[in-house]
Design a protein around this ligand. Structure first.
Ligand code: GAL
Length: 434
């Protein structure tokens, strides 16, 4: 029987392994029975005869507390860093979500709020993200923790595990104070797609002022994936505020912008023009009043899926999965896709916030879920939480008030303390298990 209270218990490991034999190898890992539950505050002295009351500190509250006793669990010691070029054989190709992750120079990877582009011709993955390798500070006591803009980093890899630093492909502006990328502004969540017609790599990103009032998207282009990217301009999509955002390129080349708008209370979806340098007029508001952000879109067997987070700044919250037959909706909310670990894990997206879902070339029902475990006290030390996202076949319950069965599959993101991609998965002759 499944003990739902046991930390790191894996309730449906056997079920998934049976359904999808290919993925059984990363289901094998027993989750360590570590104490990783959110604490209770101490009991107060009880002057009356009223029953003692204890207050539950939420897992998210404990996570953002710099003196939490669990800090070393949320942010494991740097001595445990994953260092692909210097690691014991037994750890090769293994992901350890939450541990520091080093590049081929032995330096911590700086690609936060990022996304990955796969270039099929060279069978290379490019990971773009925010370089936050600076000092974390607050403009005022109560304002949001930040680092000055450094730029967008790019890393390349053939196997998604060993990453080479390709440098800063779009740098901050250090002199012109009115430039969008001026150091004291905000530059977040870059996403890059390739335009087959213009042969350009097109980057869209969230550009903002320090108080997040500009709420715009910025664009940059490059003839190569490793830049340097030329910054073009910024604007408010469809004349609306835009904060967290993502891009999605469909199989037919049509591309979409998804952004949090109207004070982050809803998401908007717009269609990019053919050259990907602007937006068509068509726009749909979705998840109105739901306050979702950090959208990450993927497609599976003709259906569209999205993972979103709630809006709680750098603090973690519960993810939701959504699905639609067409990118422009209507979108249906499926529920929290996080599985395994314990309740605290599932209610906080494993103490992280999603940023991208990567389809794995050659694998149909397996995706890579990429998330950031933000360290708001030292943003450069934010960690990456990469986990397998599986599509577990059609949902077997009929729709509410309806006898029809839904078209979507079950979206599951499983917690693993340690995991690796299927041994049989290889790319361009690069065997990931060698
Ligand atoms: C989050 C957002 C991040 C960053 C952060 C600042 O809600 O997803 O990208 O903007 O707020 O507090």
């Amino acid at each position: 029987m499944v003990d739902r209270e046991a930390p790191f218990q894996f309730p449906i490991a056997g079920v998934v392994a049976r359904r999808l034999p290919l993925y059984s190898e990363f289901e094998e890992f027993e989750e360590k029975a570590a104490e990783f539950r959110s604490p209770r505050t101490k009991r107060r002295r009880n002057p009356s005869n009223r029953p003692h009351r204890t207050r539950n500190i939420s897992a998210a509250e404990d996570f953002v507390n710099p003196s939490s006793l669990k800090r070393p669990l949320y942010f494991p010691d740097k001595a445990l860093a994953v260092n692909p070029l210097q690691c014991p054989d037994v750890d090769r190709y293994h992901f350890y979500p939450g541990r520091e992750w080093r590049d081929t120079d032995g330096k911590p990877i700086q690609a936060h709020g990022g996304g990955i582009l796969f270039v099929p011709e060279t069978k290379t993955f490019y990971w773009y993200g925010e370089n936050k390798d600076g000092r974390t500070y607050r403009l005022q006591k109560r304002s949001v923790a930040r680092v000055d803009v450094i730029g967008i980093s790019c890393y390349s890899s053939k196997d998604l595990w060993i990453w080479k630093n390709e440098g800063i492909v779009l740098g901050a502006e250090k002199v012109n104070k009115s430039h969008d990328l001026y150091v004291s502004n905000v530059l977040e969540r870059p996403k890059v797609i390739f335009n087959d017609k213009t042969k350009q790599y097109v980057m869209w990103m969230h550009v903002d002022t320090a108080n997040y009032s500009k709420a715009s998207v910025g664009l940059a282009i490059s003839p190569t994936p490793v830049g340097p990217f030329t910054y073009l301009y910024s604007g408010r999509p469809h004349a609306y505020e835009s904060r967290d955002m993502t891009l999605f390129k469909d199989d037919d080349g049509e591309a979409y912008l998804v952004y949090s708008s109207v004070d982050n209370s809803e998401l908007h979806i717009g269609v990019l023009t053919d050259d990907y340098l602007n937006l068509e007029r068509k726009m749909r508001s979705i998840m109105v009043g739901m306050h979702r952000e950090a959208p990450a879109v993927f497609k599976h067997r003709g259906m569209y899926y999205m993972i979103t987070s709630g809006c709680t700044g750098w603090a973690p919250n519960a993810a939701l999965a959504h699905s639609a037959e067409s990118m422009l909706g209507p979108w249906v909310t499926l529920g929290n896709p996080c599985m395994g670990g314990n309740e605290d894990f599932r209610q906080t997206t494993f103490f992280s916030q999603g940023t991208f879902v990567l389809p794995l070339p050659g694998l149909q029902d397996l995706f890579l879920f990429m998330a950031d475990r933000w360290n708001s006290h030292d943003l450069k030390d934010s960690r990456y939480v990469w986990l397998p996202l599986t599509m577990d076949g059609p949902v077997d319950e009929p729709l509410e008030d309806d006898f029809e069965f839904p078209l979507w599959s079950r979206v599951s993101i499983h917690w693993h303390r340690r995991w690796r991609l299927p041994l049989s998965w290889n790319l361009s002759g690069v065997r990931v298990n060698e």
